[in-house]
Design a protein around this ligand. Structure first.
Ligand SMILES: NC(=O)c1ccc[n+]([C@@H]2O[C@H](COP(=O)([O-])OP(=O)(O)OC[C@H]3O[C@@H](n4cnc5c(N)ncnc54)[C@H](OP(=O)(O)O)[C@@H]3O)[C@@H](O)[C@H]2O)c1
Length: 140
């Protein structure tokens, strides 16, 4: 999980940024997760940690290119019904067409950070950030 998500994304970002720098344009989109916002219990800990690493990676690249022609977006999906989470879908899961429409709309806006879908995941993420650990562990 950690090798694929962190090292794989790092290598992919490096390759993309090489291309973007050469053409003086580009939009790097890093797919993180709402699971990156706080530590996760049990088997999800590695997934959450891998996505938290991607938030940091994307922000580092953004700092490198700030003010230039290359945009960097970090996307934090909530639950979208895909093969990834069959049988483990959480609350507020959206179907694939809804999720894809929200994802593409978010990417086209080129924000620094996008929650997908924005509702309810932006407020849920804000809540997760401040929940005390005893409460958080019951939810994750
Ligand atoms: N769906 C959600 O609710 C959700 C929520 C938060 C974040 N995300 C993130 O969204 C991204 C896309 O996921 P998805 O939901 O679209 O899932 P998906 O439909 O299952 O797609 C996962 C993709 O990852 C590839 N993959 C799986 N294991 C791999 C490995 N070891 N090495 C290289 N590639 C591998 C798969 O390739 P093959 O098809 O060739 O196996 C597939 O293209 C992921 O980064 C996921 O963490 C999804």
């Amino acid at each position: 999980m950690l090798a694929t998500n962190v090292l794989g994304t790092h290598a992919t970002c490096e390759a993309a940024m090489q291309l973007f720098r050469a053409q003086h344009a580009g939009h790097l989109v890093v797919i993180s997760s709402v699971a990156s916002v706080r530590g996760m219990t049990g088997s999800r800990s590695a997934y959450g940690a891998s996505k938290a690493a991607l938030n940091s990676l994307a922000e580092s690249i953004r700092a490198d290119v700030l003010g230039g022609p290359i945009a960097v977006t970090t996307v934090l999906p909530g639950f979208i019904a895909t093969d990834l989470n069959t049988g483990r879908r959480g609350p507020f899961t959206v179907d694939l067409p809804t999720g894809v429409a929200a994802l593409t709309a978010a990417i086209e806006r080129e924000p620094v950070r996008a929650y997908v879908p924005e509702w309810p995941w932006r407020p849920v993420s804000a809540l997760l950030r401040v929940l005390p650990l005893p409460v958080l562990r019951l939810l994750t």
